[in-house]
Design a protein around this ligand. Structure first.
Ligand SMILES: C[S@@+](CC[C@H](N)C(=O)[O-])C[C@H]1O[C@@H](n2cnc3c(N)ncnc32)[C@H](O)[C@@H]1O
Length: 225
């Protein structure tokens, strides 16, 4: 997707949680000087400074993520977008459908209300809604047929980052990928001085997934530090 977009943008950055996808992308995109690709944490846009992009685009990716991760990406998107920047994304709209937290392939569906609430709370406005004079426009814009939702950053959302992992819709089984993601998240909290949230995340992780000795040693190391 970066290839056809390349002639229209001065500079493009593609991200993926999969190192393999990023390795392949570097082969596929060789010679295209205005495109960079980067392996990221899978839970945020940490490598990128605030107010640094005009557009964030996501296609058939958010639908595979746990709801909390999708929301975190919306929050991060608000942070990295310049004022008035755009967010264009695909998400299945229709009946509410979830998948277990450890499932990173299954599809999540979102209701119109849920998407509208998230966009409102996280500082976005639907572009068509803004341009429309009718009151029922949310329903018109967010339909099952709509291939992409286009929203504009209208305010800077306050960072929230608070997730109660014990009381989320976690299944008993965490995948190793999820465990790795939340370990990384807790480390980021420590790094940013949010010790309470790091401790809460570690506690939840240990309750949910006490299997891996490697995780225990990393956690103890971080706590001592
Ligand atoms: C179905 S592919 C779509 C890729 C691309 N948008 C396209 O159309 O070719 C979904 C991609 O999302 C990536 N992905 C899944 N969860 C992610 C996450 N939490 N953060 C970043 N990328 C993720 C997967 O590794 C996969 O490459």
């Amino acid at each position: 997707m970066l290839k056809p977009l390349a002639p229209h943008f001065r500079s493009l950055v593609g991200i993926d949680v999969s190192g393999e996808m990023i390795r392949k992308s570097k082969q596929w995109l060789e010679g295209l000087a205005n495109i960079k690709t980067l392996e990221t944490s899978g839970v945020d846009l940490r490598p990128f400074p605030s107010d640094s992009f005009n557009l964030v685009y996501s296609y058939v990716a958010f639908q595979h993520m746990p709801r909390q991760v999708f929301e975190r990406y919306l929050e991060e998107t608000n942070r990295v977008l310049q004022p008035d920047g755009y967010l264009a994304f695909q998400i299945p709209i229709g009946l509410h459908r979830n998948a277990p937290l450890g499932d990173t392939i299954g599809i999540r569906n979102y209701s119109i209300e849920e998407i509208s609430e998230k966009l409102d709370r996280l500082g976005f406005q639907l572009v068509e809604e803004r341009n429309s004079k009718t009151t029922a426009s949310k329903e018109r814009v967010l339909t099952e047929q709509s291939p992409l939702v286009l929203a504009q950053k209208i305010t800077t959302a306050m960072p929230q980052h608070v997730t109660d992992w014990v009381n989320t819709d976690c299944e008993k089984e965490f995948s190793l990928l999820d465990t790795r993601m939340w370990l990384w998240f807790a480390e980021q909290c420590l790094h940013e001085g949010r010790q309470d949230e790091a401790l809460r995340t570690y506690k939840s992780l240990l309750q949910q997934d006490p299997r891996s000795l490697e995780n225990w040693s990393r956690i103890v190391e971080n706590l001592i530090e």
